[in-house]
Design a protein around this ligand. Structure first.
Ligand SMILES: O=C(O)[C@H]1O[C@H](OP(=O)(O)OP(=O)(O)OC[C@H]2O[C@@H](n3ccc(=O)[nH]c3=O)[C@H](O)[C@@H]2O)[C@H](O)[C@@H](O)[C@@H]1O
Length: 416
């Protein structure tokens, strides 16, 4: 079908070219001939004018027809079946209807891929504040997939078996950009999702964060640690927002006898991170790829532990499938200072960026590393992807993104 459409397109292009050519030939050779055979008269001139007019009309008619045909072709093209990744077949007993809030975001979209490939029906709800349609475009039109543009701060009425509640900006510059909205998403949004889960009797997993531990004074951080959070600092909208989300979850679970899961997610990276994400992984990689200065905030002696996104997704699915209700840390326990991390990225990318220490960030947690004993014991889960392998995939992704950005930037400036 695709080939025949291409053939039709070629034929149309040839037709258009031929008719234009014949018109030009007529105007040049035809006119000259008229002049060479006959003596030039005003009758000839009239004849040529009349003929030109007729040909112009013919050409106009042909152009209209071609346009009509092109429109028909466009409609036909939309009917060409899209090639989707192959999904498992599940019978109606095993197939679940799963809602993923924030499913067009970085982590959400990878989770959606996993659930779709397993053969489930997936409904993505996203307000596209930090999520992008592009992250889930591979599934658009698939019979098991649905994309809803909706802000979960408002209630949602659908029937589902499970809810992965991931909707919230997660990058510090993003969540600090509109702190009130971040709090609303994590409080009102969470109430709406817990309310929905209660109404339809669905299992619900809440994406919490390592930030509930604040700037920790216990290291590494086990789930039993209560945290060290500044309730009025610049990060409070997010870390206190997530703490309330956890409190709400356990209040609903107790009062309404619901099945809940809480994942405390540590720093995660991978393809589909936004170019303007502002977190350390994307910043350093983009800076290194463009030979710009790699900006280390503060002394660079603060630490983080980075997990690759596919490991996190495996952990989220395992947690949902378990019958464990208390919070579970999901993160990679391999810890690095930010200075070390800058050097790792610089070496991996190459180029001639320099590493520079710039102003520190207020309330920046100084040490962060998950204690993952609980996830290991209960879910039999631990990260599999090494930093080198994960970073290489992420660097490749950002390299492509930069090319794509430059290409579309050039195109739009040509257009202007
Ligand atoms: O990546 C994540 O998943 C986590 O990211 C953030 O937490 P944070 O650790 O502050 O994330 P980054 O902004 O990536 O910062 C990590 C460290 O790198 C530093 N950094 C960041 C960006 C930069 O250009 N340079 C730089 O030195 C920061 O100051 C911080 O010490 C979010 O708050 C968490 O919710 C989220 O789980």
């Amino acid at each position: 079908m695709i080939q025949s459409i291409w053939k039709m397109k070629k034929v149309l292009a040839i037709l258009l070219a031929l008719s234009t050519l014949s018109f030009i030939v007529y105007l040049t050779i035809g006119r000259k001939n008229v002049g060479s055979i006959h003596k030039y008269t005003s009758t000839d001139d009239l004849y040529v004018k009349e003929k030109t007019k007729l040909l112009k009309n013919d050409l106009q008619e042909a152009a209209t027809k071609i346009q009509e045909l092109e429109e028909k072709l466009e409609i036909l093209e939309t009917r060409i079946p899209k090639k989707y990744p192959e999904v498992k077949f599940l019978n109606y007993l095993k197939k679940k209807r799963i809602l993923v809030t924030g499913g067009a975001g970085f982590v959400g979209s990878h989770l959606v891929d996993n659930l779709m490939l397993q053969g489930h029906e997936v409904i993505v709800v996203d307000n596209f504040f930090t999520g992008r349609k592009r992250n889930v475009e591979q599934w658009i039109g698939h019979e098991n997939f649905e994309l809803i543009h909706h802000d979960i701060v408002n209630p949602l009425f659908i029937e589902v078996d499970e809810i992965y509640h991931l909707a919230s900006p997660a990058s510090p510059p993003h969540y600090m950009q509109n702190p009130v909205k971040t709090i609303k998403t994590n409080t009102l949004g969470t109430i709406n999702m817990l309310g929905l889960a209660r109404r339809v009797n669905a299992k619900v997993l809440i994406a919490s964060t390592s930030e509930v531990y604040g700037d920790p004074d216990i290291h590494p951080q086990p789930e039993t640690y209560w945290g060290h959070v500044n309730p009025i600092g610049p990060r409070a909208c997010y870390d206190e927002g997530k703490r309330v989300a956890e409190t709400l979850t356990y209040a609903y679970a107790k009062q309404e006898n619901m099945q809940v899961r809480v994942a405390r997610i540590f720093n995660t990276y991978g393809p589909r991170m936004h170019m303007n994400d502002g977190r350390v992984v994307s910043n350093f990689i983009l800076q290194a790829l463009q030979n710009e200065v790699i900006t280390v905030y503060g002394s660079g002696e603060q630490t983080r532990s980075f997990q690759y996104v596919s490991d996190l997704v495996d952990g989220l699915v395992a947690l949902m499938e378990s019958n464990y209700t208390l919070p579970v840390n999901l993160g990679n326990p391999v810890e690095h200072t930010i200075n070390e991390f800058a050097t790792i990225i610089k070496q991996l990318v190459g180029g001639h960026s320099t590493i520079k220490n710039v102003a520190e960030v207020e309330d920046d947690p100084q040490r962060r590393r998950p204690d993952i004993s609980r996830a290991k014991n209960i879910l039999n889960w631990e990260p599999k992807v090494s930093l080198n392998v994960g970073l290489q995939k992420t660097v490749n992704y950002f390299r492509k993104e930069l090319k794509r950005f430059k290409h579309s930037h050039n195109k739009s400036s040509n257009f202007l």
